[in-house]
Every structure is written in structure tokens, then in C-alpha cells.
Write a protein that binds this ligand. Structure first.
Ligand code: RIB
Ligand code: CA
Length: 306
């Protein structure tokens, strides 16, 4: 059983990661913390609450609002998701967000459960960098940090150089990567090769005609349309891949230890992620996943929607 906190800029694929935390038998979702990213911050809070209620868990998992802006940069949203909930009018969620700030909640919960909590980071890393500022020993008390971010020597998705989560708050990404967590990274590179679901796969999910398969299809549709404008034929699932590999490590087929660092000085390559496999140059600070059972991931997620 993996007790986890999901730190998220809740939109579409983030919601699918939250569904894994709520529904997978090996997952115990202790809390959701919200960070500035994909869409309007208050919309992200509502998207998280809607997702928790869609899974029938309303009122059972606290949602803590966190950083409403990056550490040093103006906030920049992502166009890939519409409003993050499929531009669909869901009923207003009954559950309310907590008053406690996400960074304080992260530090409190981890200090109450040292060595027992995994953090699934699927947005910019502003909340985690803030938690480190509050408690310098925070990294050593987190069991595993699972980051969705970066490109492993491949083209970015928000600029040619950078993946979105690292681009939005590069200073936070660099602080977190050098802070000494037990870090594993799922990259945009892996997403494009192993977590891109075709229209045929999406239709198979839609044909389930369950409440959750309909919820998935509604939220996924804007991403499918957006991707097609970028010649990506299908919807991309980086955040749910990151969450799924924590509870299904058997799906990992290859990984390696690398030194990972994020560009914070250059404007042109802001958020670029260096993935260096030469230990004689820089001691590795992360495990990077290179290959997974793509069909196994799709099946594992799809069966949660039955
Ligand atoms: O680059 C992919 C990341 O940016 C994912 O977390 C997705 O939610 C988008 O925000
Ligand atoms: Ca995200």
C-alpha cells in the first residue's frame, strides 16, 4: 500500500492521476495539494474537488490550496486542457478546500508520518520548494518523490527546450532536484513514446459506458483536440503514468540513475532539463524511467474506470 500526497495543477491528466490515488487498491491518497500551473488556480481547486466526488469519495480526502504563483516568475497557464474539466458544467462540489496552506500541510503530514509518505508531483514544483524552505529536513522524511517533468534529451512541449512543469517554475524545479529527495522522474519523452492513447484506445474506454468512463472522456476531449493541432495523434497521459508507476512498479521495463538539473538563467532555454548519464561528471540525483509496458499501463488505468 502506497500512502501518497498528490501535488497537482489539476487539469485533465492530473485528474486521472488523482483517480488512481482514489481508486487503485495499492494506493491510499492522504491529501491533494494544489499548485499554480495549467489553469486558473481556483478552477484547479474545483477540478480536484469534482474529481474526488466523481470517484464517490467526496469529503474523504482533504484538498489544500498552495502557491498561487511560481517562486520568481509570472504564472503562465497551459492551453492544452481548456478549463481542465472538459469545459463541462459539473454540479458544484460539496466538499470545500482546507484553510491550511499546501506547503504547511505537506510539512505537517510528512513530519507526522516520517518515511511513510510518497509525493506524486504532477505540476510545477513551487509547493515542494516552499516546503523545503519551511523544513530543511523535509526531503529526508519523504519516502519517495515521483516527479512528472522534463525532457530526457528530447524536444520540449511548452518551448522547444522545456517541458511545461519545469518551465513554469524553473527555480523551484532546480531547488527540488538538488534537495536530496529519493527522486524518480517520468518525463515528457517517456509520455510521447509510452503514454499516448489513440482514438481506438479512447473509444474502447468510452464503450464501457460507466460513470467514470464518461467522466474520463469528458475531461480528455480538449487534450485530444489540442494535441491534434500539434500533430500528436491521441491524448497524452504523463501525470497518470507517473502515479500508476508508483503503485505498479512491475510496469517499469528500464530505468537508470542520472544527474538532472534545470536551466534558470537563460531566457531562451528556461526550464531546459539536463539529463546527464556520465557519473564521473555529476553524481546522479534521480532515477529516470526510460521504458514501460505501455499496453499494461493503459489496461491498468482502463480497468479502474469499469
Ligand atoms: O508537460 C506535461 C505536464 O504539463 C503535465 O503535468 C500536464 O498536466 C501539463 O500540466
Ligand atoms: Ca499536471
Amino acid at each position: 500500500m502506497r500512502r501518497m500526497i498528490i501535488d497537482t495543477d489539476t487539469a485533465a491528466d492530473d485528474s486521472f492521476a488523482i483517480l488512481i490515488g482514489l481508486l487503485h487498491p495499492q494506493a491510499k491518497l492522504e491529501a491533494v495539494t494544489i499548485v499554480a500551473g495549467n489553469v486558473d488556480f481556483d478552477q484547479q481547486i474545483e477540478n480536484a474537488l469534482i474529481t474526488i466526488e466523481a470517484a464517490g469519495r467526496g469529503g474523504e480526502v482533504p484538498v489544500f490550496p498552495g502557491a498561487r504563483v511560481p517562486l520568481m516568475r509570472p504564472w503562465r497557464g497551459a492551453k492544452a486542457h481548456g478549463d481542465g474539466k472538459g469545459n463541462h458544467d459539473f454540479p458544484k462540489p460539496k466538499q470545500k478546500p482546507e484553510a491550511e496552506h499546501a506547503a504547511n500541510a505537506l510539512v505537517r503530514i510528512v513530519n507526522e508520518n516520517p518515511g511513510q509518505i510518497d509525493i506524486v508531483a504532477i505540476g510545477p514544483l513551487t509547493n515542494l520548494a516552499t516546503a523545503i524552505a519551511l523544513d530543511r529536513d523535509f526531503p529526508s522524511k519523504v519516502r519517495e518523490l515521483r516527479i512528472m517533468g522534463g525532457c530526457d534529451n528530447s524536444v520540449g512541449n511548452i518551448t522547444a527546450a522545456a517541458e511545461y512543469n519545469f518551465y513554469v517554475d524553473p527555480e523551484a524545479a532546480e531547488i527540488v532536484l538538488q534537495a536530496g529527495f529519493n527522486t524518480t522522474i517520468v518525463t515528457w519523452t517517456l509520455t510521447l513514446s509510452h503514454a499516448l492513447w489513440s482514438k481506438e484506445q479512447l473509444d474502447r474506454i468510452a464503450r464501457k459506458k460507466t460513470k467514470l468512463s464518461e467522466f474520463f472522456t469528458i475531461l480528455d476531449t480538449p487534450n485530444l483536440a489540442y494535441n491534434q493541432t500539434k500533430d500528436i495523434m491521441g491524448s497524452t497521459h504523463p501525470d497518470s503514468l507517473n502515479a500508476m508507476l508508483l503503485v505498479r512498479p512491475d510496469l517499469v521495463k528500464s530505468e537508470s540513475r542520472k544527474f538532472v538539473s534545470v536551466e534558470t538563467v537563460s531566457e531562451m532555454t528556461r526550464g531546459y532539463s539536463l539529463f546527464d548519464h556520465r557519473p564521473e561528471r555529476n553524481a546522479p540525483n534521480a532515477t529516470v524511467i526510460h521504458d514501460v509496458d505501455a499496453e499494461g499501463f493503459y489496461e491498468a488505468f482502463s480497468e479502474l474506470l469499469s
